[in-house]
Ligand binder design. Structure first.
Ligand code: NDP
Ligand code: MG
Length: 379
C-alpha cells in the first residue's frame, strides 16, 4: 500500500487529492497539513486517519487537539510542524499543495527524508528550482508534476528517454480577461477576477491565471522540471483548455496530451506514476467540441508573462522577486487594498529595484522575499 502526506490538504488540490485517494481505496494517508481551516481538517482526519496533522497557528492546533482527543493523531504547528508533516517517516510520497514559497523548506525536508514529491506548489520550483532539481537527482527522489500543463508535458515525454524535447508548447486559456486592453481592465474587482472560464481553483492561482502571471510562473516551472532554456518554451493560448500542453521533438513531431479539464487526472497520474488507473469523469467529445483555436499571448496588455520571462532569464534571485512581489500584491488585491492593474505594476517595480544575486541559497531566497515585502510595504 502506498503512503502519502499532503501539505495543503484543505485546499483545491488537497481536497481533490483526497478524492483520488477515496476513489482508489489503496493509499494510506500518513500526514495532513493545512493553514487554518480546522473544521475541514478535522473531517479529513476522521475519514483518512493520518498519524500526524499540522495547522499553521499554534492556537488553532491547540483547538484541533481538543476536537480530535478521541483519535490517535498527533497535532503539530508552525514551520517546524509543516516540515515534520512533509517528512513523516512512513510516507513514500509527499503532495505539496500549499500556496506560495512557504513550500520551499518542507519540500526540501521531504526530499531529504527520501520522499518522492507530487508537486503542485509551483512557487517552490520558481524560486528554488536550482536547489530542488539537483537535490532530487542527488537523493534519487522523483519530482512528479501535478500542474496540468507540466503533467501533460511529462506524459508526452514518457518513453522518450533518449529524445530531448526541442520545444515545449505550454498552453494557456488566456483567463477571463483575454482580449481586453489594459484600459478595459482598470476597474476589475476581486469578484470578476475570481471567475475562471475553465477551472475551479484556489483564490491565489485564480488571480494569477487572470493576470497571466500563472503562465509566467509555469514557464519557469517548466524550465526546471524539463531542463530546457527559456527560448525553447513557447506559450500558446488555447482558450478551450482541451490541449493541456505539447512537446516538439527534433524531427518536428509534436506530441500533445488532451482531455477534459479535471485536475484529478494529473493528481492521480502523479500518485500512481507510471501506472494509469481508471478515473471516472467526462470524456472528450470531439463532435460537441467542434473546434480548438489558437492565439498568440498578448504580452502588451498582460505584462506578467513578459516580466516572468525576463525574471527567468536573469535568474538568481530575480524569479524570487517576481514571485514574492506577486504573492504580496495578490494578497493586497484580495484584501481590496490595491487595484487590479497594480499587481503587475508592483512586480515590475520590485524587479527594477532589485540587484540579483546569482545561485542563491535558501536563506538568500527568503531574505530576498523579505526585502521585496519591505520594499512594497514602504512604497
Ligand atoms: P488553495 O488556496 O485552494 O489551498 C491552499 C492550501 O494550503 C489549503 O489547504 C490551505 O489551508 C493551505 N495553507 C495555506 N497556508 C498554509 C500554511 N501556512 N501552512 C500550511 N498550509 C497552508 O490553493 P490551491 O489548491 O489552488 O493551490 C495549491 C498549489 O497548487 C499552488 O501552488 C497552486 O499554484 C498550485 N496549483 C493549483 C491548481 C488548482 O487547480 N487549484 C492547478 C495547478 C497548480 P487552509 O484551507 O486552512 O487555508
Ligand atoms: Mg497550470
Amino acid at each position: 500500500m502506498k503512503r502519502i502526506s499532503i501539505l495543503g490538504s484543505t485546499g483545491s488540490i488537497g481536497t481533490q487529492t483526497l478524492e483520488v485517494v477515496r476513489q482508489n481505496g489503496d493509499i494510506q494517508v500518513t500526514a495532513l497539513a493545512a493553514g487554518s481551516n480546522i473544521e475541514k481538517l478535522e473531517e479529513q482526519i476522521r475519514e483518512f486517519r493520518p498519524a500526524l496533522a499540522c495547522v499553521w497557528q499554534e492556537e488553532k492546533a491547540a483547538e484541533l487537539r481538543v476536537r480530535t482527543a478521541d483519535l490517535p493523531v498527533r497535532i503539530v504547528s508552525g514551520m517546524e510542524g509543516l516540515i515534520e508533516a512533509a517528512a513523516e517517516p512512513s510516507a513514500d510520497l509527499t503532495v505539496t499543495a500549499v500556496v506560495g514559497m512557504i513550500g520551499i523548506r518542507p519540500t526540501i525536508a521531504a526530499m531529504e527524508a527520501g520522499k518522492d514529491i507530487a508537486l503542485a506548489n509551483k512557487e517552490t520550483l520558481v524560486t528554488a528550482g536550482h536547489i530542488i532539481m539537483p537535490l532530487a537527482q542527488k537523493l534519487g527522489v522523483r519530482i512528479l508534476p501535478v500542474d496540468s500543463e507540466h503533467s501533460a508535458i511529462f506524459q508526452c515525454l514518457h518513453g522518450e528517454n533518449q529524445n530531448p524535447a526541442s520545444r515545449i508548447l505550454l498552453t494557456a486559456s488566456g483567463g477571463p480577461f483575454r482580449g481586453r486592453t489594459r484600459e478595459q481592465m482598470r476597474g476589475i474587482q476581486v469578484e470578476d477576477a475570481l471567475k475562471h472560464p475553465n477551472w475551479t481553483m484556489g483564490a491565489k492561482i485564480t488571480i494569477d491565471s487572470s493576470t497571466m502571471v500563472n503562465k509566467g510562473l509555469e514557464v519557469m516551472e517548466a524550465r526546471w522540471l524539463f531542463d530546457v532554456d527559456f527560448d525553447q518554451i513557447q506559450v500558446v493560448v488555447q482558450p478551450q483548455s482541451v490541449i493541456h500542453s505539447m512537446v516538439e521533438f527534433a524531427d518536428g513531431a509534436v506530441m500533445a496530451q488532451l482531455g477534459t479539464p479535471d485536475m484529478k487526472l494529473p493528481i492521480q497520474y502523479a500518485l500512481y506514476y507510471p501506472e494509469r488507473r481508471y478515473l471516472a469523469g467526462e470524456r472528450l467529445d470531439f463532435w460537441s467540441l467542434n473546434q480548438i483555436t489558437f492565439e498568440k499571448p498578448d504580452l502588451e496588455n498582460f505584462p506578467g508573462l513578459a516580466l516572468a520571462y525576463a525574471a527567468g532569464r536573469t535568474g538568481g534571485t530575480m524569479p524570487t522577486v517576481f514571485n514574492a512581489a506577486n504573492e504580496y500584491a495578490v494578497r493586497e488585491f484580495l484584501n481590496r487594498r490595491i487595484s487590479y492593474l497594480e499587481i503587475t505594476e508592483m512586480i515590475q517595480a520590485a524587479m527594477e529595484r532589485h540587484a540579483p544575486v546569482p545561485d542563491p541559497s535558501v536563506e538568500e531566497i527568503l531574505e530576498t522575499e523579505a526585502f521585496v515585502y519591505d520594499f512594497l510595504e514602504s512604497r
